[in-house]
Design a binder for this molecule. Structure first.
Ligand code: NAD
Ligand code: TYD
Length: 370
């Protein structure tokens, strides 16, 4: 039995991890620490809230006293560190929060882990600090460049990726200097249930349903590798189970797509869904698909993101051969699952977007999120 501390567990990937872990590892305990920033939604954890193996603590990874006491009191032996500021556009308009949470916050958590696991008489017999990072630390690729491998030099271009790169280096240093048992995974772009609708895929789905413009940055030629979120979660599980201490593992979907192709795929899927499900016309009367028009008519090319990385691609050979990782979803099946989830969970994304889920939290938790 393991005692996990999952930071950022109320965010997109963290919430998917918590759902998965409690289902697949019913004998483990999962303590979530999350500051509930704009990106953290307790509603995403509603279905596990009655589970005795789960506890939610509202708190900041910058709070040294809280993180240290939580690890000690809960007998935490495994930290899975998701908490971060994660949106590139926000890192351009307000980089400081990225340095605070991603760099200083990660360092704080490392210090807390070191205090409880290396400097304490009550340390658990084994421990693991798993750091969840991104492929964006490797910078930008040209068309024919080989995909990022674990040995690709770091070359971050945005305040987001620079702050994640800094945190990756700090994690590494805590093994080499102090002996903390760390692993890191660098993953490509995720999509799926519970993703905040400011990121490309959920934003395009919501705007398509509401008949709002679909803002494509630049000419839409930028390429990302896409992975269905549960496959990322399974990749992290494999690193926890089989990963070698001190190693980093690239996790990816082998699904490179240009942004404009993603947006066109979403448009076609929505047109098809409206043709097959007549109730959608009543539910989303503002959608072009409800009015005999094509969703693609909403595509609007807008000013490019400053310093926009052109291409990311992941070489996941190491995870495949060492850990036995392979994605279970193709891009097509993952997108279908995502659209179905969005159509089936309208209340979730509406509440998240207008902030009213915070009232929901207050009613369900009486203002006390612990
Ligand atoms: P997210 O923005 O959806 O969630 C982040 C969570 O962290 C939120 O619940 C937020 O409340 C919490 N948080 C933020 N600051 C905090 C603080 N100071 N203390 C405690 N909690 C805090 O992010 P996500 O998309 O789920 O990403 C999770 C992790 O995975 C991040 O580290 C990110 O860099 C990494 N990652 C994301 C992707 C992706 O495509 N989304 C891809 C690769 C790696
Ligand atoms: P995003 O989901 O923000 O992830 P990241 O920047 O971390 O890769 O964006 C994915 C791609 O989609 C990226 O190339 C920027 C582009 N994009 C748009 O074209 N329009 C949008 O409204 C958004 C949010 C992103």
């Amino acid at each position: 039995m393991a005692n996990l501390l999952v930071t950022g567990g109320a965010g997109f990937i963290g919430a998917n991890f918590v759902h998965y872990w409690l289902k697949e590892h019913p004998h483990d305990r999962v303590v979530v620490l999350d500051a509930l920033t704009y990106a953290g939604n307790l509603a995403s954890l509603e279905s596990v809230s009655g589970n005795d193996a789960y506890r939610f603590v509202k708190g900041d990874i910058l709070d040294k006293e809280l993180t240290t006491s939580l690890i000690a009191e809960e007998g935490i032996d495994t930290i899975v560190h998701f908490a971060a500021e994660s949106h590139v556009d926000r890192s351009i308009s307000g980089p400081s929060a990225f340095v605070d949470t991603n760099v200083v916050g990660t360092h704080n958590l490392l210090q807390a882990a070191k205090a409880c696991w290396l400097d304490s008489d009550d340390a658990p017999s084994t421990h693991r600090f798993h750091h969840v990072s991104t492929d964006e630390v490797f910078g930008s690729l040209k068309k024919d460049d080989p995909a990022f491998s674990e040995t690709t030099p770091y070359a971050p271009n945005s305040p987001y990726s620079a702050s994640k790169a800094a945190s990756d280096h700090l994690v590494r240093s805590y093994l080499h200097t102090f002996g903390l048992q760390v692993t890191t995974s660098n993953c490509s772009n995720n999509y799926g249930p519970y993703q905040f609708p400011e990121k490309l895929i959920p934003l395009m789905i919501v705007n398509s349903l509401e008949g709002k413009p679909l803002p494509v940055y630049g000419d839409g030629s930028n390429i990302r590798d896409w992975l269905y979120v549960e496959d990322h979660v399974r990749g992290i599980e494999l690193v926890l189970q089989k990963g070698r201490i001190g190693e980093t593992y690239n996790i990816g979907g082998n699904e490179e797509r240009a942004n404009i192709d993603i947006v066109k795929t979403i448009c076609a899927m929505i047109d098809e869904a409206f043709a097959e499900q007549p109730d959608l016309v009543e539910r989303f009367p503002g959608a072009p698909a409800a009015n005999g028009a094509s969703t693609e008519s909403l595509v609007t090319f807008v000013t490019d993101r400053p310093g926009h990385d052109w291409r990311y691609a992941i070489d996941a050979t190491k995870s495949e051969t060492e850990l036995g990782f392979s994605p279970s979803q193709t891009f097509e099946s993952g997108m279908q699952a995502t659209l179905e989830w969005m159509l089936g969970n309208e209340a979730w994304w509406r509440a998240v977007m207008d902030g009213s889920y915070r009232e929901w939290v207050a009613t369900h938790y009486g203002g006390n999120t612990e």
